[in-house]
Design a protein around this ligand. Sequence first.
Ligand code: 5GP
Length: 179
Amino acid sequence: MERDLQKVLIAEEEIRIKVRELGEIITRDYQGQELLVVGILKGSVVFMGDLIREIKLPLQIDFMEVSSYGGKTTESSGAVRILKDLERNVEGQNILIVEDIIDTGLTLSYLLDILRARKPGSIKVCTFLNKPSRRKVNLQADYNGYDIPDEFVVGYGLDYGEHYRNLPYVAVLKPEMYT
Ligand code: 5GP
C-alpha cells in the first residue's frame, strides 16, 4: 500500500465480484432493451470500463463532465457547469448514469434535472460508492455498489488532486494529506 494511504477500504477482488453482480442485475432489468451508459468524468471511468463489460446488452456509451462552482475545498453547491456535454440527442433512450460516488447528491440531482428535460425514455443511476450520511437532497441511486462512512477515499477512479485514480482498490487517504 502507498504511504499516503491510511487503509484499504475495498480490495480489488471484492470490487471485481461487486461489479459483476451489478452488471448481472442491470442486464436482467433491461432485458430486451438497449442502453445508453453515461459516465460522469473523470471519476467514473474505471468503474464504467469494468461495468460495461459485465452488462450483456446492446449498449452505447457517452460522457459528461461537470464542475461544481467553488474551489476544491468548498462544498459542492449543486449548481454545476457543464464542461463536456453528450454527443447526441437522448430523446426516448434508456439512460444509465454511472457515477463514482454520491456524496451530498447535489451534483447528481442537478444533472438529473438537465437530462430529464431532454426527454429520455428512462433514466437511472448506478453509483459505485455512496455516502448516505452526507446527503443533502433526497436522492437514491437505482444501483449502488457500497455504502461507505464519511471518509475521503481515493482509488478505482477517485482522485485527490488528480492522483490515485489508477489504484485498483479503494483506500482512505491519511487525513494529514489534506488537512
Ligand atoms: P456531491 O455533489 O454528491 O456532493 O459530489 C459528488 C462528487 O464529489 C463526486 O463525484 C466526487 O468527485 C466528489 N467526492 C465526494 N466524496 C469523495 C471522496 O470521498 N473521495 C473523492 N476522491 N471524491 C469525492
